[in-house]
Ligand binder design. Structure first.
Ligand code: PMP
Length: 406
C-alpha cells in the first residue's frame, strides 16, 4: 500500500538527518522561529475549562451522539452568519464531528446511506484525502475541471462552469472548497460564486462545501464564508463541513462540525436523527469533549472571540508575508517560473498552501538534493516557512528549475 501523499512525506522528513531540512509538506502553522503555535485565546480557554473541571462544575461524561449543543449552535452561526434564513427557521441539522476529516466522512456516509447517492464530483485537483473518504463511504468518485491545465497555477472557471452546467448530471452531489482551495490556493471570485450558485439552484446540484480554513484564508471570518452564504441565499441547500484544526490551531483536538441545510425544521430533525443512528452511532458513538469546550468558549465569549479574531489576522498576515518573501527571492534570483510568469501566482493564491507549479520530478530533486519537502503535486505550505529559510528554499527551487547541479 503506498504511503499517504502528505503524511508519508512527513514521515520521510522526520527520518532525514540533514540539519537544514525544511518541511513544507504538511499543512501546519509555524511561528517565524519555526515553532508550533498555540493561540493565546486557546491557552486562556484551557485555563477556564480546567478550573471549571477542578471546581466540580463540569465532568467528563459522554457527549450526546450529535455533540455539544452550545458548540453546534455557535459553529453553525460562525459559518452561516447572523443573517442566515436557514438558521432562523431551524432548517439546519448540525453534528459535531471528529474535525474536518470526520465532517467530510459523516457527510459522505450520509449521502450514501441516507441520501441514496452513488457518486460525488470533486474538483480536479482536490485535497488528496477527499477521494479516499468518499470512496471509503462507497461512493463513485468523479471529477470536474478546476485548475487551468495551460498555466497549472490559475482557475479555469469556464471549463469548471461548463462541466457543472452541462456535463455533470442534474441532482448530483458536488464538492466545493469554501475558501483557500487545497491544494491550489485558487478560489472563484465573488462574482463567479454567484454564477455557480445560480447554476446549482437551476440544476438541483447538491453542494457539499468543505470549509477547513474559515478565518485563516483572509484573516476575516465573514469574507471566508461568503461562498457558503451566497449559496444559502440563492436557495441552494448545501452541506457544510467545518474544521477548527487550522483556524484555532486545534489540530490534535479534532474539533469540527457538519451542517445539513434542509427545506424545513421537520426535515432537519429527520436528517439529524438519521445521521445519529445510521452514520455516527455504529462508528464512534459520540464526539470528543475537550476541544469542543475550548472552541465553544472562544466562539461564545466576546473577549476570547475578539482575541481569536486578532490572532487570525496575525496568522493570515504571516502566511501572506512568506508568500511575498518567497516570490521576491525567486524573482531576485531570476528563477524560471513553471507557468512562464514572474511568480505572481504565489502572492495571488490564498491560504496556507502555494501551488508552485513544480513538477513531481522537481519536487523529488528538491527533497533528494536540498532536503526541502513538499507534496509531489508541487504544493508547498507557506504557513510552515520561516523567514530564515526563504533564501535557502528559493535557491534550491532555482537550481532544480534550471536543472543545475551543485
Ligand atoms: N478539508 C481540507 C480541504 C483540508 O485541507 C483539511 C486539512 N488538511 C481538512 C479537510 C481536514 O483536516 P482535519 O481533519 O485536521 O480538520
Amino acid at each position: 500500500m503506498p504511503a499517504d501523499p502528505i503524511l508519508g512525506m512527513t514521515a520521510m522528513f522526520l527520518e532525514d538527518k540533514f540539519p537544514k531540512k525544511v518541511n513544507l509538506g504538511q499543512g501546519v502553522y509555524r511561528t517565524d522561529e519555526g515553532k508550533p503555535y498555540v493561540l493565546s485565546s486557546i491557552k486562556e480557554a484551557e485555563g477556564r475549562v480546567a478550573s471549571e473541571l477542578q471546581s466540580g462544575r463540569t465532568f467528563k461524561e459522554y457527549l450526546p451522539i450529535e455533540g455539544d449543543a452550545t458548540f453546534r449552535k455557535l459553529s453553525a452561526e460562525l459559518v452561516f452568519g447572523a443573517g442566515s434564513a436557514a438558521l432562523r427557521e431551524g432548517r439546519v441539522a448540525t453534528m459535531q464531528t471528529i474535525s474536518g476529516t470526520g465532517a467530510v466522512s459523516v457527510a459522505a456516509s450520509t449521502l450514501r446511506l441516507v441520501g441514496g447517492f452513488t457518486e460525488i464530483y470533486l474538483p480536479e485537483p482536490s485535497w488528496s484525502n477527499h477521494a479516499q473518504i468518499f470512496g471509503a463511504a462507497g461512493l463513485e468518485v468523479r471529477s470536474y475541471p478546476y485548475l487551468d491545465k495551460r498555466t497549472g497555477t490559475t482557475l479555469d472557471f469556464e471549463a469548471m462552469h461548463e462541466a457543472l452546467a452541462t456535463m455533470v448530471p442534474a441532482g448530483s452531489a458536488v464538492l466545493l472548497h469554501a475558501c483557500a482551495h487545497n491544494p491550489t490556493g485558487v478560489d472563484p471570485t465573488p462574482e463567479q460564486w454567484e454564477v455557480l450558485a445560480g447554476t446549482f439552484a437551476k440544476r438541483g446540484l447538491l453542494a457539499v462545501f468543505d470549509s477547513a480554513y474559515q478565518g485563516y484564508a483572509s484573516g476575516d471570518l465573514d469574507a471566508d464564508a461568503a461562498s457558503v452564504r451566497c449559496f444559502e441565499a440563492a436557495g441552494v441547500l448545501p452541506i457544510v463541513c467545518q474544521s477548527y484544526a487550522k483556524s484555532m490551531g486545534l489540530y490534535g483536538e479534532r474539533v469540527g462540525a457538519v451542517n445539513f441545510v434542509t427545506a424545513s425544521a421537520a426535515e432537519a430533525a429527520a436528517v439529524l436523527s438519521n445521521v445519529k443512528q445510521r452514520v455516527v452511532r455504529p462508528v464512534y458513538s459520540s464526539p470528543p469533549l475537550h476541544g469542543a469546550r475550548l472552541a465553544s468558549l472562544v466562539l461564545g465569549d466576546p473577549a476570547l472571540s475578539a482575541a481569536w479574531r486578532a490572532e487570525l489576522l496575525v496568522m493570515a498576515g504571516r502566511v501572506r508575508r512568506m508568500r511575498a518573501e518567497l516570490a521576491a527571492a525567486l524573482v531576485r534570483l531570476g528563477a524560471p517560473a513553471p507557468d512562464g510568469g514572474r511568480w505572481e501566482h504565489l502572492t495571488a493564491q490564498i491560504g496556507m498552501f502555494a501551488y508552485t507549479g513544480l513538477s513531481a520530478q522537481h519536487v523529488d530533486a528538491l527533497r533528494e538534493r536540498y532536503h526541502v519537502y513538499m507534496t509531489r503535486d508541487g504544493r508547498a505550505c507557506m504557513a510552515a516557512l520561516k523567514p530564515d529559510d526563504v533564501e535557502y528554499v528559493a535557491g534550491a527551487m532555482n537550481k532544480v528549475l534550471r536543472g543545475e547541479k551543485d
